[in-house]
Design a protein around this ligand. Structure first.
Ligand code: DGJ
Length: 389
């Protein structure tokens, strides 16, 4: 009897070890909960993007501070590193703001949002682009800034900011865009219609196009694209960067004119490009959108709201707004939707919503999970997710 009892105890011990081991190798993602770094502090990398480099993921994001003013750039761009996407080490600020009163474009109190970092194989430089608003000017500057570093974690050196494509028409501009000016006034009853038709494209032709919520995407051939909300957030602009990724080529297109898309995130699967965006409601959540194309520069087609779930989940995207879609290394067709649950009155408490992206009927699909692990990214059978009805 004693022997049986001892064997059962040993077995239970072994089972415990197996469970502990599997928990260790498969850490849980808990969307919306406080997510602590290796110092025990809630990760501070909002509106973020991800770079995989030499076996590690690097998460760049907005460093936020407590209180309403904490939405401004008071510190800079955070960087965290991880091997398993779950345990994150704070690598400190990668791009630091300049001193208050310095007059620098990135001085303390400016707005730095949605930083994204890409690696340039040719120059061996890490290139960071971000939405920049100049200090004391609200959101009127609508610029995109660029910084560069030799090391992935930085320090990044700020180079410049631009209103892209000054003096250049987009590839899909019409003859009318170029020759028939559209006048629009603030209280114009046809304001939305006229802006969608290109009133601000024309207005900003000389000085360069507005650039707010943005992301970057590097294609398999090394071409880098800058995707941003332009024309007062009414129309997306997709532009090709030059080979060194430090400036724009003259190639750009308007996508979904008047579509009010913000928070773009791009990924590629089976040769097709997918885009997830939000609508336009400030910090408040709204229904996400998705789109597909065979070509980054043309042919984008709407695929509708990618969220599947309750009415509330559909109308608020799980109370969040997209920021990035991360292809998981070493797993075919495994993608993570990264989004922000903003807390505008106490931005440091903003939460991260990470969820698997599945494909159903050729469309990216997002469903709520209280908790999940990387193994949940594997579809049960080819073409079918464990969540498919
Ligand atoms: C929505 C954008 O997606 C955010 O990045 C931020 O710019 C807020 N608007 C500001 O209201």
């Amino acid at each position: 009897m004693k022997q049986i009892f001892a064997s059962v105890l040993i077995l239970m011990g072994m089972l415990g070890q197996v469970v502990a081991q599997s928990n260790k190798t498969q850490p849980m993602f808990k969307p919306g909960e406080i997510w602590r770094d290796t110092n025990g502090e809630h990760i501070n990398a909002h509106g973020g993007g991800m770079l995989f480099h030499k076996g590690r993921y690097y998460w760049f994001g907005e460093h936020k501070v407590a209180g309403r003013e904490g939405n401004k750039a008071l510190v800079g761009v955070s960087c965290y590193s991880s091997k398993d996407l779950n345990t994150w080490k704070n690598e400190g600020p990668s791009l630091s703001v300049d001193a208050e009163g310095s007059g620098s474009e990135i001085e303390k109190g400016s707005v730095i949002e949605r930083p994204k970092v890409i690696y340039n194989e040719k120059t061996r430089k890490f290139v960071m682009w971000f939405h920049l608003e100049l200090k004391g000017q609200g959101y009127s500057a609508a610029r995109t800034g660029v910084a560069v570093a030799d090391k992935v974690t930085g320090p990044y050196t700020y180079l410049k900011s631009v209103r892209p494509h000054a003096g250049v028409w987009p590839e899909n501009a019409t003859e009318a865009h170029k020759t028939e000016p559209i006048t629009v006034t603030d209280n114009d009853p046809d304001w939305e219609q006229k802006v969608a038709a290109g009133a601000f494209l024309q207005r900003d032709f000389k000085q360069g196009q507005m650039s707010r919520d943005m992301t970057l995407f590097v294609d398999d051939d090394g071409t880098a694209y800058h995707i941003a909300s332009s024309e007062e957030n009414r129309t997306l602009h997709i532009g090709k960067l030059k080979d060194d990724y430090l400036s724009f080529t003259d190639e750009y297109v308007r996508v979904f004119p008047g579509g009010r898309n913000e928070a773009p995130a791009i990924f590629k699967k089976d040769g097709k490009y997918y885009m997830i965006t939000s609508g336009l409601t400030g910090w408040a959540p709204n229904p996400a959108r998705s789109a597909v194309s065979d070509n980054m520069m043309r042919g984008w087609k709407s695929l509708g709201n990618p969220v599947r779930g309750t009415e509330e989940e559909l109308s608020t995207t799980f109370l969040s707004q997209s920021t990035y879609v991360l292809p998981v290394q070493g797993q075919k067709d495994a993608f993570i939707f990264m989004a922000d649950r903003w807390r505008p009155n106490n931005p440091i408490d903003g939460r991260y919503i990470w969820l698997p992206v599945f494909f159903e009927d050729g469309k990216p699909v997002l469903r709520w999970l209280e908790e999940w692990t990387l193994s949940d990214l594997k579809p049960k059978r080819r073409g079918e997710s464990r969540y498919a009805e």
